[in-house]
Design a protein around this ligand. Structure first.
Ligand code: FES
Length: 96
């Protein structure tokens, strides 16, 4: 694999608690958080139950599924579902 094919790696901070983990662009934030030793609440892991819901204080995410269980208002307010959200930048997540 050439360096240009390597997945991007971002830094994700978690508030409250001032923790951080490596957030790979090619996998959901929840998985990266768990690999980084963060104990994040989760259940369905497919964007349906909202157990993992959190607020994006900084940064951007994208989704591979069309309608994660968030309303347009919640998305506008910065709520994200880390089990199905992929990072597009360094970011800060706040446990909701
Ligand atoms: S774990 Fe169910 S929506 Fe994320």
């Amino acid at each position: 694999m050439s360096p240009s094919e390597a997945p991007a790696l971002f830094t994700a901070k978690v508030e409250p608690g001032d923790q951080q983990f490596d957030a790979w662009a090619n996998q959901p934030l929840l998985l990266s958080a768990e690999q980084g030793g963060i104990n994040w609440p989760s259940s369905c892991r497919n964007g349906a139950c909202r157990t993992c819901i959190s607020q994006l204080d900084q940064g951007e995410v994208r989704y591979q599924i069309e309608w994660p269980s968030l309303s347009a208002e919640e998305k506008a307010e910065g709520y994200v579902l880390p089990c199905v959200a992929f990072p597009c930048s360094d970011l800060t997540l706040r446990l909701a």
